[in-house]
Write a protein that binds this ligand. Structure first.
Ligand code: FES
Length: 228
């Protein structure tokens, strides 16, 4: 089935704003999506007195939605303070684009996370924030999993309370996901995205993702609810 994009998404894809790289940028960050392998790099110029983003550019190594959401995120961020931009989220950017297909919501998450990562780098360079030492615990996993989007609803699997259990036992992580009324055709997509997101943590050796259907039966890798 062909994916339907809004007119604004198409406009930002065919004529993206703020593309490129700022020379001698004040901050740079690259973020990748575990879901598809696409990447975005943001560069920033920030006024140290006012904290206003004077310039922001991006380079995309990804899909049409990746380009459109990054373009819209830069348009929204330019001229705003870093404090204002820290309140951006994927939903705001997607809404400004006239919506995104649910299977493409993670592209918007990637754009916002990339922009915020560049802001964090700027704050670190100014002594306003510190590099976070990544703790291998349930809270960190939960935070990471916020970027995993349920393609059926376009919402994070954390905010839609699909993750019922997270356990970290040394280098082993166990995650349980409830599909509820979600179409099971996305079970493997969610399993893969959860696994790849957690794999980004160096402290993890083994990841077990248990996917339950709406009847609470476990869906094994590659199976549907008929056990096929
Ligand atoms: Fe990967 Fe869009 S499909 S960012």
């Amino acid at each position: 089935m062909a994916i339907k994009y809004s007119q604004t998404v198409i406009e930002h894809f065919t004529n993206p704003q703020n593309v490129g790289e700022i020379e001698d940028a004040d901050a740079t960050a690259t973020e990748g999506s575990p879901a598809c392998g696409d990447m975005l790099t943001f560069t920033l110029r920030v006024n140290p007195e006012t904290h206003i983003i004077d310039d922001v550019r991006f380079r995309s190594y990804g899909c049409a939605s990746n380009i459109s959401t990054a373009s819209m995120a830069t348009v929204l961020a330019k001229g705003k303070t870093i404090e204002e931009v820290k309140h951006f989220n994927a939903k705001i950017v997607a809404e400004k684009l006239g919506g995104l297909p649910s299977t493409k919501m993670h592209c918007s998450v990637l754009a916002v996370n990339g922009l915020k990562a560049a802001i964090k780098q700027w704050e670190i360079s100014q002594g306003l924030a510190e590099e976070e030492a990544i703790q291998c615990n349930e809270d960190t996993i939960k935070k990471l999993l916020k970027s995993v989007i349920n393609p059926h609803t376009g919402k994070s699997i954390i905010s839609s309370e699909m993750v019922s259990y997270i356990k970290v036992d040394g280098a082993k992580v166990f995650v349980e996901v409830n599909l509820g009324d979600t179409d099971e055709m996305y079970a493997e997509n969610i399993r893969e995205e959860v696994t790849e997101t957690i794999e980004s943590m160096k402290c993890v050796d083994e990841i077990i993702v248990r996917i339950l259907d709406r009847e609470k039966f476990e869906l094994k890798n590659g199976e549907n609810n008929n056990g096929e």
